[in-house]
Design a protein around this ligand. Structure first.
Ligand SMILES: *Cc1c(COP(=O)(O)O)cnc(C)c1O
Length: 361
């Protein structure tokens, strides 16, 4: 489409073009209401259908049974770092964490601020978080085991989720939610800031199991309690209506255009493989993640010098390839290739990289 670039931003990130077009078409008059979706009441039948569709599609895509609730909570993934220990830690039991990077570290910090008994049972900090720890020894008495399934900044991802026995898993899936099918049953809670893989910024998607809702203590403020959102279908107060609407369209696209999570995973694997196979042949571009921990979503890489990296990012942008600069805390380069990123975009990127190497290598 005219003037649109190939967008490799880490978040907010690319959305499917058919979804953006649909928003444009419906924007001034939503389903005959004579109003924009940004103007209708969140108590109206129009918005009811929207949130219902977002919830039902999430349930179908992840095959959730009746024990799970799907919630939308403002404050992003970062508020979940604080709500999780506040609501789910059990007195006399530790809250356990796996530390695989910046976001896990922040989640741990928010639990520590609350004076919770935190145990970090595994960490990859010894090697700059470039890998996913194996050999986990989960503690069978923990309140929960928290981990980050995909490390957006470091470019690593759990290929297989930890087995914590009966201890509920709690997972930050901000940057890989709905990118592949998985068994939800070991999870007590899953959360994701919407702006990476499923929509615009402004809400977190939270999937919570009913036994977790039973843990919520009475003495915490209303807006910080999961039960507040669960009891009122995420509408105790005004939700992020436009964001939830966009999420519902992205999920519709996932179901109808893509054909579900197994097909989505196939496409995501093919996209990531193009880049990693390219690195493995290149003597110029090097992936930063350990090969067995590579992310399908955020592909992080370096070049022989920072000068070349800067040149690469600038020249790529002039060729219509945007968002390739690495996170400021780690430098280097990063291509975020979430669900909406097409195989064509990644092909175009690898061709540009090969040409850049031929000229500068
Ligand atoms: C981006 C990101 C966050 C922070 O999300 P906000 O919605 O901005 O709070 C947390 N965790 C992961 C894995 C992320 O990628």
């Amino acid at each position: 489409m005219d003037n649109r670039i190939y967008n490799f931003n880490a978040g907010p990130a690319a959305l499917p073009l058919p979804v953006l077009k649909r928003i444009q078409e419906e924007f001034l008059n939503f389903k005959g209401s004579g109003m924009s979706i940004t103007e209708v009441s969140h108590r109206s039948k129009w918005f009811d259908e929207v949130i219902e569709s977002a919830v039902e599609r999430t349930r179908r895509l992840l095959k959730l049974d009746d024990h799970y609730k799907v919630l939308f909570i403002q404050g992003g993934a970062s508020l979940q770092f604080c709500m999780i220990p506040m609501n789910l830690s059990v007195a006399g039991k530790s809250a356990d964490y796996i530390n695989t990077g910046t976001w896990s570290t922040k989640a741990i910090k928010e639990a520590e601020i609350q004076g919770k008994d935190i145990k970090v049972i595994a960490s990859s900090e010894d090697k700059h978080f470039s890998y996913i720890p194996r050999d986990l020894k989960p503690n069978p008495d923990a309140s929960y085991l928290h981990f980050t399934s995909n490390n957006t900044i470091k470019g690593t991802q759990f290929a297989k989720f930890p087995d914590a026995g009966g201890v509920p898993l709690v997972c930050d899936m901000s940057s890989d939610i709905l990118s592949r099918p998985f068994d939800v049953s070991p999870f007590g809670l899953i959360y994701a800031g919407a702006q990476k893989n499923i929509g615009p910024a402004g809400t977190a998607l939270v999937i919570i199991r009913d036994d977790m809702l039973e843990r919520v203590p009475d003495n915490i403020p209303t807006m910080l309690r999961y039960t507040t959102f669960a009891d009122k279908n995420s509408m105790f107060n005004t939700p992020a209506c436009f964001v939830i609407y966009t999420i519902s369209l992205v999920l519709e696209w996932l179901e109808n255009d893509i054909g579900g999570l197994a097909e989505m995973e196939k496409q995501n694997r093919a996209k990531a493989a193009l880049l990693y196979e390219f690195f493995d042949k290149s003597g110029f571009f090097t992936g930063t993640a350990a090969p067995d921990s590579r992310s399908m979503m955020n592909v992080t890489f370096r070049m022989p010098s920072e000068v070349l990296e800067k040149k690469f990012v600038a020249e790529a942008l002039s060729e219509g390839l945007g968002g390739l600069k690495g996170h400021k805390s780690v430098g280097g380069c990063r291509a975020s290739i979430y669900n909406p990123t097409t195989l064509d975009a990644v092909k175009y990127l690898t061709e540009f990289m090969a040409a850049f190497e031929a000229k500068n290598g």
